[in-house]
Design a protein around this ligand. Structure first.
Ligand code: 13P
Length: 284
């Protein structure tokens, strides 16, 4: 690793500005509880990097945004570098406001399923609310495939440069996630990333860009997209599937004697291993 991924910044906005300018990328991991959150922090310690923890909406709906914020604060005691907390893929303005009030560093308002006008309107409302708390806002144009997103042609998911420009300039969102061919989850074949479109978008706006669907993207494509303006990459499925695989094995092996903290002793190193591997692919 030749670039400094452990640099300290006054704010997350400053970090992303510097990362975009210097071709660095903040690896961001979806986590669900104290165990995988801890594994990500230990992996970041091992690699020597700043890192972002991200919660999907069901996590804060189940645990509480304040509880997850408090837990992350506690875990920061074992972190050697900076750890940021983000709400990922929220489709609700009110939920974003909840996370902002709870002290999250960053929220994503995902209006990508709506026409651009509605997307802009929702994003604007979150940006306005986030301002006084200095919370970063991520918005999305185009679609990330996989899960329930049905696409028939590139027109259904590919971010239009004009829409990206509008979303960025009319809302003041800090970072923009772009649909350029990646998909959430394991992909049966290598995703076809539309690098030409990424380049056009990167030429059109100075905002740090976000790439979703990190689990299925080969290392060389991760690195190529970082060199073209991707400053945040989201990685989720590989974390929770590793967690579930080894947890399930532990439960089966222990039978009725299964006790979560003892099983997690075996699971934690496995999660750390995959996160270290992904961190090394991003921190180039
Ligand atoms: P994966 O689950 O494919 O790693 O994608 C995660 C993501 O993009 C979350 O926003």
């Amino acid at each position: 690793m030749s670039k400094n991924y452990a640099e300290k910044f006054d704010s997350l906005k400053d970090l992303f500005k510097a990362y975009r300018e210097t071709g660095r990328c903040l690896a961001s991991f979806n986590v669900n509880d104290n165990y995988d959150a801890r594994a990500v922090i230990e992996a970041a310690n091992e690699v020597g990097t700043n890192v972002m923890l991200m919660t999907y909406p069901p996590v804060i709906e189940g645990v509480g945004a304040e509880v997850f914020r408090g837990m992350t604060n506690g875990l920061k005691a074992i972190a050697k570098n900076d750890v940021y907390l983000h709400l990922d893929h929220s489709t609700s303005v009110d939920q974003c406001k909840w996370a902002i009030d709870a002290g999250f560093d960053s929220v994503m308002i995902d209006g990508s399923q709506h026409p651009i006008e509605k997307n802009i309107e929702m994003t604007k409302e979150v940006v306005e609310y986030a301002k006084s708390a200095n919370v970063l806002v991520e918005a999305e144009v185009g679609k990330i495939m996989g899960r329930n997103v049905v696409v028939n042609s590139p027109d259904d998911f590919l971010a239009s440069v004009a829409d990206v420009k509008r979303l960025y300039t009319e809302t003041g969102a800090d970072i923009i996630a772009v649909g350029i061919g990646t998909a959430h989850g394991f992909t049966p074949t290598k995703p076809k990333i539309y690098f030409d479109r990424l380049q056009e978008i990167a030429n059109a706006i100075v905002a740090p860009l976000v790439l979703h669907g990190g689990t299925g993207i080969p290392d060389e494509d991760i690195q190529k997209s970082i060199s073209m303006g991707i400053s945040k990459i989201n990685i989720g499925t590989i974390v929770h599937t590793t967690y579930m695989k080894y947890f399930r094995e532990g439960v089966v092996a222990a039978g009725d004697a299964a006790y979560p903290p003892l099983i997690m002793k075996e699971v934690l190193p496995e999660i750390i291993k995959v996160v270290v591997d992904r961190l090394k692919a991003v921190n180039v």
